[in-house]
Design a protein around this ligand. Sequence first.
Ligand SMILES: [Zn+2]
Length: 128
Amino acid sequence: MNFLKGSKLYSVLTGTCPVCQEESMYKDPNPYHISRIFDMHTRCSNCGTRYKMEPSFFFGAMYVSYAVGIAFATAAFVISYWLLELSLLISFFAIVITLVIFLPIIVRWSRNIWVNFFFTFDPKKTKN
Ligand SMILES: [Zn+2]
């Protein structure tokens, strides 16, 4: 994944600070620890970026999660209906199951995409 470093995609996929990309924004990097899924550091300990710019900042991630959810649902449909040639009903259940299984990842990626709308990567703030 290191070849992506410096791009927004790196920050989105890894959940690292959008400005320096040196450390995780989350106290627990594993999204499948559901009870801690929203636990974020207030600031980046490396560059001092404050992730939550204003109260309820991450409500906006809801809109992003809609788009990310559609992307996962579309992928599930394409794989089950066209690649595996399952019936429409089974494909529908495949979509539901996919969305449930990937929900923690969808939630985290949505936040990462949202925060990356407002911050840009600054190579001067990295460690090396
Ligand atoms: Zn940082």
